[in-house]
Design a protein around this ligand. Structure first.
Ligand code: DAH
Length: 340
């Protein structure tokens, strides 16, 4: 009997238990309802009287030993950092963060959709532009201040002068060079200007350019197109107002305001109590610009417009600091949801 007990002690100490399943096997073997130690207890009645007490004590010791080993290993496994020991299949999974679309992408897509519904295609041009497409073909005189280093990021000066485009109007020129009228297109894209970064100015931002060229295109067509855009973008009660302005590439030119969407034109600090918000520049394409791209200005006329995507996003989402758009702060970005 004593030998059997010693054998089981050795067995208990020698069992290797590396995971929950092995621990459970150990429990059944030494502590379960039909365990090995119980069998020995039932043999106790056959032990001669004089040694029964001693064997009984040894058996109790054995039982405690098994329980002790079980407790120690169970504790170790539960506190183990190793995943193998610690899988809790009832635990809910870790949530996967789903990204959201950038507010500028959302607004750009909406602008594209609005103009798509009235037949405008999308065209793109390079961000690194030559002087011809960014300035000269758009009727900028050689001494125009926008050509200055102060405003434009030049990449190469001199004969092969290249710069980061300062507006998406450059794409107009590329479209006119490559396509015959009728032309109806918008050009979304990033533009660059040498500005100190602040809440109201940035060295890069986004624009959408519009161009419509055909026979008999009039200022009335321009106005109606922009009214349609404003009402699709800001709601059916939106109104527009055109103020005379100047751009080298359009004649006549105008700046367009939309009725303040924030205070319903009652006057607030965003519209500076005027009830109107400036959203874009536009005009009839200057005949010089048509001729520069070999389009006969006696046969064709057209209108163009250019708007800032950040400006539209600011009015839609009331974001008042331009820097937020490029800081990639997830707390900012995840506030914008898309229907797509
Ligand atoms: N290119 C102008 C800018 O960046 C915006 C603009 C004004 C575009 C009038 C046009 C236009 O096409 O007709 O400020």
């Amino acid at each position: 009997m004593k030998e059997k007990i010693e054998e089981i002690v050795k067995e208990i100490v020698g069992e290797s238990i590396k995971n929950i399943e092995e621990l459970e096997r150990f429990r059944i073997k030494y502590l379960g309802s039909k365990n090995k130690i119980k069998d020995l207890f039932s043999e106790l009645k056959n032990v001669p009287n004089e040694s029964r007490k001693e064997i009984g004590q040894l058996l109790n010791g054995l039982k405690n030993k098994a329980q002790e080993r079980f407790d120690v290993i169970k504790n170790e496994l539960e506190n183990s950092t190793s995943e193998e020991f610690n899988i809790d299949t009832s635990r809910p999974g870790d949530p996967i963060e789903i990204g959201s679309r950038h507010p500028l992408s959302l607004v750009r897509s909406e602008i594209i959709e609005i103009f798509d519904r009235i037949g405008f295609t999308v065209s793109e041009g390079p961000e690194i532009e030559d002087d011809w497409h960014n300035f000269s073909a758009l009727n900028f005189p050689p001494e125009h201040p926008a050509r200055d280093m102060q405003d434009t990021f030049f990449i190469e000066k001199g004969e092969n002068e290249m710069a980061l485009r300062t507006h998406t109007s450059s794409v107009q020129v590329r479209v006119m060079e490559n396509e015959k009228p009728p032309v109806r297109t918008i050009s979304p894209g990033r533009v660059y200007r040498n500005e100190a970064i602040s809440a109201r100015a940035h060295c890069f931002f986004h624009q959408v350019e519009g161009l419509y060229i055909d026979k008999d295109v009039s200022f009335a067509d321009l106005k109606q197109t922009l009214l349609y855009f404003a009402q699709e973008m800001f709601g059916e009660n939106a109104q527009i107002r055109l103020r005379p302005s100047y751009f080298p590439f359009t004649e006549p030119s105008a700046e367009v305001d939309v009725s303040c969407t924030i205070c319903n034109s009652k006057g607030c600090n965003v519209c500076k109590y005027t009830g109107w918000l400036e959203i874009l520049g536009c005009g009839m394409v200057d005949p010089n610009v048509l001729e520069a791209s070999n389009i006969d200005s006696k046969v064709y006329s057209g209108f163009a417009f250019g708007m800032g995507v950040e400006r539209i996003a600011q009015l839609k989402y009331r974001v008042n600091d331009l820097r937020l758009y490029s800081e990639n702060d997830v707390r900012f970005l995840k506030q914008f949801t898309s229907g797509i």
